[in-house]
Write a protein of this length. Structure first.
Lengths: 246, 252
């Protein structure tokens, strides 16, 4: 589904990714763990096509398509969802307006009919309930005045509504209390645990992996994958620290 | 009697950001052509001015508000050529003046609002919200004068100007001017000129919204402030739609 080969990327001329290779198959959940500054968020942004992140070498293919050729909004329409470590506030634009515009833009790009206002609200209600987010929150402006945890829950509601093929979740667990962590974990399972979907979980800590069991765990250090293992690798990391394991 | 002895130039303070070439084509008739509006005590009126390509040039409105009267003016200045709306208001006791204005456009044009709000008696209130959105080499201006006379205690006046420049080369100018001779008053003014928030633009792109749609959403959220005080929602939506139609012409 997602195939990253020998990826090199830089920001402002500074090399961050140094030959990263990784493959996520359909139906799989992969976790990427690593110390601060290893390049975890850079990997997420490079996959999401954020301006300023320049790929200097290597390739990324997504269901056989060259992803690096696509604009950020085209990647979303192709089925990529990027969960932000710091979700952005958009004053003056409600979640409902934002998400309906997003979903219908994606549908249009795929040659599908747009959802009507009623159809959209029904879908939004269903996904908000899944994440235990009050529907009133979705009438408010995008992330404005939301707590850190509410922003992360709202992101998962977005993911539920947009129904992507591949989710790259950048520290979705940060800022969540224990109950919210469980809700978000269960939300990820409900939305993304499908035979035709894949997840790349980027995290510092093992705790989210208690709820979302990864098929594979990778350790990212200095811009490349230095070790790959099963779920036990995350536990080992939690016990021994990055320096001992990687 | 003519108000105008000679044509204004950009050396005149009130015309300092105007289009100098366009000023040379002005006539005394235009400059004398004030729309006079008088509201008696307790009367209320809402006026809209859409200064698009059918109404470029200088439009001047003079309002006299009686005790407790309420006047609201909502305006769009979007013509390709030099466009200027001047509003002079005199407020009697307890009157309220509301102004919401949007200058929008590209090309080489200059669009501007010039307001003079005179709090002539106590307890009057005024609120002005101006938004500017420009691209190419266009300019948007707001010159806002608030005068509070010596006896006009408990005046509450506010003006707020914000501009978004969609690309290099566009510009915005603003000059708040507060003349306050009473001591128990509230006069607030604020101004900011900037660009669209790139991180919000990227966030929308990451959710599948193409750049031109994202820009429209951001601009809509930005200019909506100018019409937020409108009670007639249909009218407010119409004004907003006229602004956004203009944005569609921005080939950037």
């Amino acid at each position: 589904m997602l195939k990253i080969e020998n990826l090199h990327a830089e920001i402002d001329g500074k090399q961050i990714l140094n030959g990263l290779t990784l493959e996520v198959g359909a139906g799989e959940v992969h976790a990427i763990m690593g110390p601060n500054g290893a390049g975890k968020s850079t990997l997420a942004y490079v996959l999401g096509g954020r301006p300023g992140y320049e790929v200097t070498q290597g390739s990324v293919t997504f269901n056989g398509q060259d992803m690096l050729e696509l604009e950020p909004h085209e990647r979303a329409a192709a089925g990529l969802f990027l969960g932000f470590q710091y979700p952005v506030e958009i004053p003056g634009v409600s979640n409902v307006q934002f998400l309906r515009e997003a979903l219908n833009s994606q549908r249009k790009a795929r040659g599908e009919e747009p959802l009507t206002g009623g159809e959209f609200l029904k879908l939004a209600k269903e996904k908000a309930a899944l994440l235990k987010l009050d529907m009133e929150m979705l009438k408010r402006n995008v992330n404005v005045g939301f707590s850190g945890g509410e922003k992360k829950c709202a992101e998962m509601v977005q993911m539920g509504i947009l129904d992507p093929k591949l989710a790259v979740l950048d520290e979705t667990d940060s800022g969540l209390d224990i109950d919210a962590l469980r809700t978000v974990g269960e939300g990820i399972n409900a939305i993304m645990r499908q035979p035709d979907k894949g997840v790349l979980l980027i995290t510092h800590y093992q705790r989210l992996l208690d709820y979302v069991q990864p098929d594979k765990v990778h350790i990212l250090a200095k811009g490349r994958i230095v070790k790959t293992g099963g779920p036990e690798l995350a536990l080992e990391l939690e016990r021994e620290g990055y320096e001992a394991v990687a | 009697m003519s108000d105008v002895a000679t044509l204004p130039t950009t050396r005149d303070e009130d015309w300092r950001y105007a289009d100098a070439a366009a000023l040379r084509d002005l006539t005394a008739e235009t400059l004398d052509g004030w729309h006079e509006i008088t509201l008696t005590a307790g009367e209320a009126q809402v006026q809209t001015y859409v200064l698009d390509d059918s109404a470029p040039g200088v439009t001047r409105v003079r309002l006299a508000l009686g005790e407790g009267a309420r006047a609201e003016i909502y305006a769009i200045a979007s013509a390709s050529d030099y466009t200027r709306l001047e509003v002079e208001v005199t407020l009697a006791k307890g009157a309220h003046f509301e102004f919401g204005g949007v200058t929008i456009g590209g090309g080489e044009g200059t669009r501007e609002f010039v307001t003079r709000v005179r709090h002539a008696e106590p307890e009057a209130t005024s609120n002005q919200t101006i938004r500017a959105v420009h691209w190419n080499r266009a300019t948007g201006n707001f010159l806002g004068r608030i005068e509070v006379v010596k006896d006009a205690q408990k005046t509450d006046a506010a003006q707020n100007f914000r501009a978004i420049l969609l690309e290099k080369g566009a510009s915005a100018n603003t000059k708040p001017e507060l003349e306050i001779f009473a001591d128990d008053v509230k006069c607030a003014h604020g101004a900011a000129i900037g660009a669209l928030d790139d991180s919000a633009g990227y966030y929308m792109a990451a959710r599948g919204i193409p750049p031109h749609v994202a820009r429209r959403l951001q601009v809509q959220a930005f200019v909506a402030d100018a019409f937020v005080a409108m009670e007639d929602e249909t009218l407010a939506e119409n004004m907003l739609a006229k602004v956004l139609d203009r944005l569609e012409e921005a080939a950037i």
